[in-house]
Design a protein around this ligand. Structure first.
Ligand code: TRP
Length: 459
């Protein structure tokens, strides 16, 4: 294998910003609130936080270690020094990235649509539930999906560094403060307390589920909910498909990988948490609970415009535009990281130009996303397959590889290390993460074929 000279990040902040840009996106603003609503509120949030520590942080460190240690795109990172048999995992990453981006771009397309309809004033007048239903699937959704994929592809065509670092620096704080401001506004709305109760006061019974086995029934942790919480830590931190590995491959040796893990994860968590503080009081103070009802997938998109309408006037319009503009940019920096994995793999593997690799995969992903743009049911299913199941499969094998196979992992981790968290990390990565993921994978893997079948047969 030829030694390839890789670009490095301009600055340490450059890497952190890009990783945060990858992590912060629709996962925080759209996916986290929607899952929290679906699984009944605070108990889900609690599980998510627990799993963030037990699974999210150690896996993030693991990906940073592999990426920096190999300085290669995931497929090649996994096929070094006689450890050839792990090559296929890199291809799984590419497949997962392909799967996620294909529907992620559809949702990002909704944000573009919301942004434009804020400007024209349409969004200030509609019934938000009906509006969401009308734009979230079909021809309109398809057009905005195309537009968003074209922008993403255009940026990845241009190379790694340019643009990403710069845009994130301004964007993430703006998004943060906008959300924060709206959360404060929501606090003063009548009925908001109900929302905080739902979001922050766990109903512990919610964590349990009744199962029947051989005629007798018993209560146990709700495994589906656990799997959803674990899946969310992967999704929101961009883990399980090589995005962080790819970015870390441009990272320099002086960095403390545990420290980077904490910074990235904490920033990302704050944004999700504040998104919840914004959304749930609004839901309860505007009585949207019924509207959101069975399919919680539109939670963000149905709730927020309602708030902007209530604020009303110029302020409502301006805030609405800026919010969706920032959200669209946040989705863009995440989408870039997904496409970057697919592209850099094609470049490294097949020796084709960046231009062809990016354009080819961008087009293929657009086509792959057509069904999700035409049917929100399919989008939901695609999210469960790629955004949850495949990420966890990737994460499972990755932790086995790094915890048990990769010989240089600990040396790599020690480079630049400021505090020694290795014993704790190694314990989690070896003995906690793989069995936990395996159990959850079996649980959801069991039901996935049935879900797909039901979807396809329309029942
Ligand atoms: N983390 C991003 C978000 O929350 C989405 C994303 C970007 C992602 N890259 C990823 C998810 C890689 C999984 C894997 O919006």
């Amino acid at each position: 294998m030829a030694e390839i000279k890789r670009e490095r990040w301009g600055t340490r902040a450059g890497f952190i910003l890009a990783a945060i840009g990858s992590a912060v996106g629709l996962g925080n603003m759209w996916r986290f609130p929607y899952l929290t609503a679906e699984y009944g509120g605070a108990s889900f949030v609690f599980l998510y936080i627990v799993l963030l520590f037990l699974i999210g942080l150690p896996v993030m460190t693991a990906e940073l270690t592999l990426g920096r240690g190999s300085r290669r795109s995931p497929v090649q990172a996994l096929s070094q020094k006689g450890e050839q048999s792990w090559h296929w995992l890199g291809y799984l990453f590419v497949l997962t990235g392909f799967g996620i981006l294909s529907y992620y771009s559809v949702i990002a397309g909704w944000t573009v649509r919301y942004m434009l309809d804020s400007l024209t004033g349409i969004l200030m007048e509609v019934n938000t539930g009906e509006y969401f239903n009308s734009i979230s699937e079909g021809q309109d959704a398809l057009i905005y999906h195309l537009l968003f994929m074209a922008i993403t592809t255009g940026i990845v065509l241009g190379g790694v560094r340019k643009g990403i670092e710069r845009s994130v620096k301004l964007l993430i704080p703006t998004l943060f403060f906008l959300t924060f401001g709206l959360a404060i506004w929501a606090f003063y709305q009548p009925g908001s307390m109900e929302g905080y109760r739902f979001y922050l006061a766990p109903n512990w019974k919610n964590l349990l589920e009744t199962y029947t086995l051989g005629g007798s029934s018993f209560s146990f942790l709700n495994l589906n909910m656990l799997a959803a919480a674990a899946g969310q830590t992967f999704f929101t931190l961009s883990l399980g498909m090589g995005a962080i590995i790819t970015y870390a491959s441009y990272l320099s040796e002086e960095e403390d990988l545990f420290g980077e893990t904490l910074i990235i994860s904490f920033s990302n968590f704050s944004i999700s948490f504040i998104a919840g503080l914004m959304i749930f009081p609004i839901i309860f103070s505007t009585n949207l609970i019924d509207e959101i009802g069975d399919s919680t997938i539109g939670t963000l998109f149905v709730t927020l415009p309602e708030a902007f309408q209530k604020i009303g006037g110029w302020w409502g319009t301006i805030l609405s535009f800026f919010f969706f503009f920032c959200l669209m940019l946040a989705a863009l920096t995440s989408a870039i990281s997904l496409l970057e994995v697919v592209t850099s793999t094609l470049i490294d593997e097949f020796n084709i130009s960046r231009k062809n690799a990016a354009a080819g995969s961008g087009l293929a992903i657009f086509l792959g996303g057509v069904p999700a743009a035409l049917s929100i049911g399919w989008l939901d299913l695609a999210d469960r397959i790629s955004g949850q199941f495949l990420l966890m499969v990737g994460g499972f094998f990755l932790t086995i590889y790094i915890g048990w196979v990769m010989k240089s992992a600990l040396d790599e981790l020690r480079r630049g290390m400021k505090f020694n968290a290795i014993p704790l990390w190694l314990f989690l990565i070896r003995y906690i993460v793989p069995p936990a993921l395996l159990a959850l994978l079996l649980t959801i893997g069991w039901e996935l074929p049935e879900k797909i079948f039901n979807f396809l047969t329309g029942s």
